[in-house]
Design a protein. Structure first.
Length: 824
């Protein structure tokens, strides 16, 4: 068989490309060498990592830990030396030889392609023919597969157990792997004196869960503790003690999110550590050489929800009863009501216009606090200036984690408290006007001024006059600013204008009602209910006694004709206790609400009628002033004291204006001297040094003289301070004079007391304020004591004095009893 003709050539024959086969062969050889050379290094590395992850290094003393690190470093150097010959890059000749062997070529055949003719040109046809024959003889070049050469560097296959050790250590360490590796390369030479530890976790206080103690006064156990499930925000506390003087070091690693730039940390002091847990994970605690790991899963607090059920109801004409359904993990820690005026608000034609939409009003409601579930809550909204107006109400609750929830709005008319004193009603009306239309302050100022221009026509006594006059100056000084403070101050003013003793008795009655209401709602025991019923019975008796002692009378609500018997009220109280003992709390609450409504229906009406007058009122006359003018103690001295307070306040305002540069100081010093002289004359007219009121007026005159001297020096600051002190003394003096006037009126006999008694509106002459027959009228079977009986008076006085000696008696009760004793 003959070979075919060689292909024709037109130029020099190019050398065939061997780049790709040579590159592939070189990569195969490089992989074999790297694998064989790196295995010893990896064996040392995997063994070190595995031991570190298992915590072996943490258990070693400091010196032994260092020795172990030195040994591993030496092993690493040995592994590098062993691997160094295998880490050489393959040379070209080695690569050609490997390619020839893998391709089945004779040795040196690939090198022949680089030959050159000894003589002549490379374009010689014979040379070209020779090259073609060599190329045809190469055939298909193959790089081959990597060969197993690992036995030369790892003859015992140590790489397999080393890798398994590292993988198992990684599984055991879990999230703490990084911290364990870090501690393995940092030997600790701390004190090895035995350490006792207290480690506990406190759930947030609002959860009411007890602390969970992990270690209590003993050595901290090594290893992984039992996994804990805790509320988010729990506090980790660590306390360590050592027999030596120095406190052990405490190092704690808290779980954190990978996205966080900084790891969370706690508060450290010598021997203690405190931190708030915010993320689930592994908490690692290291005390000296001991280490403990605590897997923690934090349960986030679910936001609360609140919903109003049904329509609101009014209890006793005062409190608003709401039925709410609250859902939360642990309960509500704070609550409030949000009020918004209804859009269709209608005002009387003479009321000041509301300038624009008013913002919501938030009222704290502690009654909303409590456990989740459905329950009734009672809220007193009568103190709000919007009382009596239609509003939109929403409930806002907050749980212990600070998360809030809001209910859907509900429309209702706020209940309002009924005031019986006309002056109190006027103050409440102006309070509401100021709250809705602050620009109407001038109108309020004019009303207060009108009420105090002629105190003998409107004010029943000096106390009412001074209260109204103080309110007048407060409004005048504010001039439309700080209206919220004025609105706030008008409520206690209205309360003060009511009868003091009756108000205190009513407050005690309302407190007793609230205590019994809460006990019924919370499912208190029958014994506790019986005790609260007795307290309410006593408070009710005190309230009715205060009504009788106040010189006022009771009248039923309009449209209610029947009279209220005291025994009826006691029967209701007995029935409440009986229903609770039978377990019918709902019926007991209903009867309590009925009792509150009956008490609320009682109204105080001033004694009126043809020829009647009230002691201390506008028509009262002293036994010595038969001309009809007010008595000297009130209409004379007290009226002058009120005018003096007005003049001193105006002078103080002028001094303040001078300090700001709004006016000159001219005439201020002389005006202050004139007021000081008037105060001293008033003190002499009152009662000299034997009267506490006169002494206060005399001290006020001295302060005025000091203010005048300061004004002469141009010291406006000192003058203003002295003027404020003088006004305070003037008010004290006027109040003392008022008390003396009241005491003088109470000491009058016979005719004066008869003028104070008045009559009961709507009641027959033979019945008392509760509709009961007076003693000797009818056969009621009940003997009603008569306060004109000396023995009965002595008995009451002795009882009051015994109560007055009680050191635990509240101050308000003490003042009230002292006032009662002055009556006897």
């Amino acid at each position: 068989m003959t070979r075919g003709p060689a292909p024709a050539t037109t130029g020099p024959m190019r050398k065939p490309s061997l780049s790709l086969p040579l590159f592939q062969t070189r990569m195969v050889m490089l992989w074999e060498r790297l694998y064989a050379g790196l295995v010893p290094i990896l064996i040392v590395f995997f063994v070190f990592i595995g031991l570190a992850l298992f915590g072996v290094f943490d258990a070693l003393p400091g010196w032994l830990h260092v020795l172990a690190l030195v040994n591993f470093l030496g092993l690493l150097v040995w592994a590098i030396i062993v691997a160094e010959p295998h880490l050489m890059f393959p040379k070209r000749a080695e690569t050609r030889s490997r390619l020839e062997r893998e391709s089945g070529l004779p040795p040196g055949q690939l090198a022949d392609l680089d030959d050159r003719p000894f003589a002549g040109s490379a374009d010689n046809p014979l040379w070209q023919m020779h090259r073609w024959q060599m190329i045809d003889g190469l055939g298909q070049l193959r790089a081959g597969k990597p060969r197993a050469v690992i036995d030369r560097t790892d003859p015992y296959a140590l790489r397999i157990p080393a890798l398994l050790l590292a993988l198992l250590g990684l599984l055991v360490a879990g999230p703490a792997a990084q911290e364990r590796i870090s501690s393995a390369i940092k030997p600790s030479f701390g004190d090895r004196t035995p350490v006792t530890a207290d480690i506990w976790i406190e759930p947030p206080e609002y959860t009411r869960q007890p602390p969970r103690f992990l270690v209590r006064g003993e050595a901290m156990p090594e290893g992984v503790a039992e996994a804990l499930t805790l509320p988010a925000g729990s506090i980790l506390r660590v306390r360590a003690n050592r027999a030596a003087e120095s406190s052990p070091d405490i190092d704690v690693t808290l779980p954190h999110l990978p996205s966080e730039e900084e790891k969370p940390d706690g508060t450290r002091t010598p021997g203690t550590y405190t931190a708030t847990l915010q993320e689930s994970g592994i908490v690692t605690i290291r005390i000296g050489r001991d280490r403990m790991e605590i897997p923690v899963e934090l349960v986030p607090d679910t936001p609360p929800t609140v919903r109003l059920v049904g329509e609101p109801a009014v209890e006793g004409g005062i409190r608003t009863r709401l039925t709410i359904t609250v859902e939360d993990d642990y309960g509500i820690t704070d609550g409030a009501t949000e009020l918004r005026l209804a859009a269709n608000l209608r005002r009387p034609p003479d009321a000041p216009p509301i300038p624009g939409p008013l913002g919501p009003a938030r009222i704290d409601a502690p009654a909303l606090r409590g456990e989740p579930g459905t329950r009734d809550v009672s809220i007193d909204l009568t103190e709000h200036p919007w009382a009596g107006l239609p509003v939109s109400l929403r409930i806002i609750v907050t749980d212990g984690a600070g998360q809030t929830a809001t209910s859907q709005p509900m429309t209702l008319v706020l209940p309002e408290r009924t005031f019986y004193n006309p002056l109190s009603r006027a103050i409440i009306e102006q309070r509401q006007n100021l709250a809705l239309a602050p620009q109407s302050w001038r109108r309020t100022l004019s009303l207060l001024d009108a009420l105090t221009v002629a105190p003998e026509m409107f004010a029943a006594d000096a106390k009412e006059y001074l209260l109204l006059r103080t309110a007048f100056h407060d409004v005048e000084k504010s001039r439309g600013e700080n209206v919220d403070e004025l609105v706030e101050s008008f409520w206690p003013l209205a309360i003060a204008l009511e009868d003091e003793g009756l108000t205190l008795a009513r407050q005690r009655l309302e407190a007793a009602q609230e205590a019994l209401r809460q006990a019924l709602a919370n499912g208190a025991s029958p014994e506790e209910i019986d005790e609260l019923v007795e307290e309410l019975r006593q408070a009710m008796a005190d309230y009715l006694a205060a009504l009788a002692a106040s010189g006022d009378a009771l009248a039923q609500e309009e449209g209610v004709s029947e009279t209220v018997e005291g025994q009826d009220l006691n029967d209701i109280l007995d029935e409440i206790a009986r229903l609770r003992r039978q377990g019918d709390s709902e019926a007991a609450r209903a009867r309590l609400a009925e009792l509150e409504q009956m008490l609320q229906n009682m109204r105080i009406t001033q004694g009126s009628g043809e020829g009647e007058s009230t002691a201390g009122g506008p028509n009262s006359q002293s036994g010595e002033n038969g001309d009809g003018e007010p008595g000297e103690g009130q209409g004379g001295t007290l009226g002058e004291a009120g005018q003096l307070i007005d003049q001193q306040r105006r002078l103080a305002d002028e001094t303040f204006s001078a300090r700001r540069g709004d006016r000159t100081q001219s005439g201020l010093a002389q005006g202050q001297l004139d007021l000081a002289e008037a105060a001293r004359n008033l003190s002499d007219e009152a009662a000299g040094e034997q009267s506490a009121g006169a002494q206060a007026l005399d001290q006020a005159a001295q302060m005025m003289e000091g203010a005048a001297r300061a004004l002469e020096r141009g010291d406006l600051t000192s003058a203003g301070q002295a003027q404020e002190r003088a006004m305070s003394l003037l008010r004290d003096g006027a109040a003392a004079l008022a008390e003396e006037a009241i005491a003088a009126e109470d000491s009058r006999d016979g005719d004066g007391r008869a003028a104070d008694s008045g009559s009961v509106a709507g009641q027959s002459a033979d019945r008392d304020p509760l509709g009961r027959l007076y003693q000797g009228m009818g056969d009621s079977g009940v003997e009603i004591p008569d306060l004109s009986d000396p023995e009965r008076v002595r008995e009451l006085t002795r009882s009051l004095r015994e109560r007055l000696r009680d050191p635990a008696l509240p101050e308000a009760d003490r003042k009230y009893i002292e006032r009662l004793l002055r009556r006897f």
